[in-house]
Design a protein around this ligand. Structure first.
Ligand code: SIN
Ligand code: MN
Length: 210
């Protein structure tokens, strides 16, 4: 069971299929500060291109911060306390935790900040975030860099979907009845942001794992 919110939570800009979207939550300076913190995370825990259970390389590069990281290899996917190359994950930066605190108003903080890096050709197939122990806790996502076309489906596989562009600084929440919606990223709009010197997009997802 989720603990009650300790502060009032802000109203989203829009809600699509139950997913709450906060457009432009982070201004340019906050995006720069967060990026600097994420550079530290990536130095401590380098991005890797995980394999799926079937031995196919994902197009997205990943790392994590927090007590747990999300990893995928031929054994399948799971949360793990160490980077695949060894060593504990670095702590979740305060700038990232501040977004969770402000958006969710929860006392409980996330155990994992999954960091996904998309280059211009990367995408992510439709999936649910369901490796966590308790779906009462929301998943909070932060977008930085190039805009991405984010597709939202249903709790069940298949059926109608709706898409929206996520721009740098946008935050969204999959929680409540929308905690287990299928979602994915169809494509990036290359060159739409100058935040990342080499282009591409960083997405953070914050999760309570256990
Ligand atoms: C994810 O579902 O893990 C990533 C979503 C996104 O990149 O916006
Ligand atoms: Mn996901």
């Amino acid at each position: 069971m989720s603990s009650p919110a300790h502060t009032p939570t802000p109203a989203p800009t829009l809600t699509l299929r139950g997913v709450a979207v906060f457009k432009g939550w982070l201004d340019g300076a906050a995006q720069q500060d967060m990026l600097e913190d994420l550079r530290g995370v990536i130095r401590a825990a380098p991005l890797i291109r995980p394999e799926t259970r079937f031995g196919r390389k994902m197009s997205v590069r990943m790392t994590s911060a927090g007590r747990y990281g999300w990893v995928s290899d031929r054994r399948g996917y799971r949360y793990a306390p160490h980077h695949p190359a060894g060593g504990a994950w670095p702590p979740i930066p305060a700038s990232v935790l501040a977004v969770w605190d402000a958006i969710t108003g929860l006392d409980r903080r996330p155990d994992c900040c999954l960091v996904n890096y998309y280059d211009a050709d990367a995408r992510m197939g439709m999936h649910q975030d369901r490796d966590e122990a308790d779906f009462d806790w929301p998943v909070v996502s932060v977008s930085l860099g190039d805009s991405a076309l984010f597709r939202i489906g249903n709790i069940q596989r298949g059926g109608p979907t709706q898409s929206l562009w996520l721009d740098s600084g946008d935050v969204l929440v999959m929680g409540g009845a929308a905690r287990l919606v299928h979602h994915g990223v169809d494509r990036l709009r290359a060159g739409s942001s100058s935040l990342l010197a080499r282009g591409g997009r960083i997405n953070l997802t914050l999760r309570v794992v256990d």
